[in-house]
Ligand binder design. Structure first.
Ligand code: UFG
Length: 328
């Protein structure tokens, strides 16, 4: 019996595959390799292809005894989603529909879904709870919310049980140093900060210092990617135990400002990391902090790598050893 991981060659997917393998699970990975990396997949059986390719997906499901699915495969760039919404509806929403229909056909009844804090949009209050209003402010978040809802309707009609995990800011790298973050283009704060001490960037741009926060820069909830991965295994366990479908936030509950992140990176790398304030990036909420109490209570999840030193330190270790990501 295998766990199918879609998008298993991506950043969070590959770290989840690593934890599944460590737990002795049989793993089947599918990835289009559009943004994924072959060498990020540390084991299991790997199929390269697109969920929207019906013939190929049928082969994956008929060649393997799949009992649960963890679904990461999606386009996930907020900026791109605003310029090319059609790509996001097609790849994310239609791709998920293809997957769900295949699961129905093959009687696979469990799915853990990779969702996002972007489903909430601008929060009404922080920390954000799962019952908070969902009002995405970008196409990426809107498609993820649509995917969540589609899965819930498939539960109603076909009995597919789900856990949707709404991530806040995934960060850091696997403790082995073998896998880490490699997005092209890179848009995330920590890898961009670390490009400065690597000599790949002159300075880090701070997107606005006039937000209503203590130091004027945006506050985010950074969570180690391996802690995120752990929550997926616990979600599969929950579904195997026959418990109800559920939605959980995954964050550390701690907020750090952009300036605090840069300051920590200076400490960890020993590099001065020059910073320059530039105008705000469109669509960035001032503060995003998760309440993950529900996940802790119901999944028994406890983040183990919450210190910024561990999060940024593990990312630094990965980027130093792989200055050009998986091409290094
Ligand atoms: N930032 C900078 N300079 C940079 C890059 C980022 O100041 O060069 C700031 C951003 O304005 C933001 C913070 O650093 O305040 C974090 O930015 P990231 O791009 O790393 O992460 P986001 O919080 O924008 O995005 C994350 C996930 C998305 C998800 C989004 C939803 O990466 O997938 O949260 O809230 F959609």
């Amino acid at each position: 019996m295998a766990v199918l991981v879609t998008g298993g060659a991506g950043y969070i997917g590959s770290h989840t595959v690593a934890e599944l393998l460590a737990a002795g699970e049989e793993v089947v990975v599918v990835d289009s390799m559009v943004t994924g990396h072959r060498s990020a997949v540390l084991g299991g059986k790997l199929y390269e292809g697109d969920l929207r390719d019906a013939e190929w997906l049928e082969k994956v499901f008929s060649e393997n005894d799949i009992e649960s699915v963890i679904h990461f495969a999606a386009s996930s760039l907020v900026g791109e989603s605003m310029k090319d919404p059609g790509k996001y509806y097609h790849n994310n929403v239609y791709g998920t529909l293809c997957l769900l229909e295949k699961m129905v056909q093959h009687n696979v009844k469990r799915i853990v879904f990779s969702s996002t804090a972007a489903t909430y949009g601008e929060p009404e209050q922080v920390p954000i709870e799962e019952t908070s209003r969902t009002l995405p402010t970008n196409t990426y978040g809107e498609t993820k919310l649509s995917m969540e809802k589609m899965i819930a309707w498939f539960e109603a009609a076909h009995g597919i049980k789900y856990v949707s995990l709404r991530y806040f800011n995934a960060a850091g790298a696997h403790e082995s140093g073998r896998i880490g973050e490699d997005h092209r283009p890179e848009t995330h704060l920590i890898p961009l900060i670390l490009q400065v001490p690597l000599g790949q960037r002159e300075h880090i741009s701070v997107f606005g210092d006039d937000y209503p926060t203590e130091d004027g820069t945006c506050i985010r909830d950074y969570l180690h990617v391996s802690d995120l991965a752990d929550a997926h295994l616990l979600s599969v366990k929950r579904l195997r135990e026959g418990k109800d479908s559920a939605i959980y936030n995954l964050g550390s509950g701690n907020g750090f400002s952009v300036k605090q992140m840069i300051e920590s990176a200076r400490r960890i790398t020993g590099h001065p990391i020059p910073a320059a304030v530039v105008p705000r990036r469109e669509g960035d909420p001032a503060v995003l902090i998760a309440s993950s109490e529900k996940a802790k209570r119901e999944l028994g999840w406890t983040p183990k790598r919450e210190q910024l030193e561990t999060i940024i330190g593990s990312a630094w270790k990965w980027h130093q050893a792989h200055p050009n990501g998986y091409d290094s």
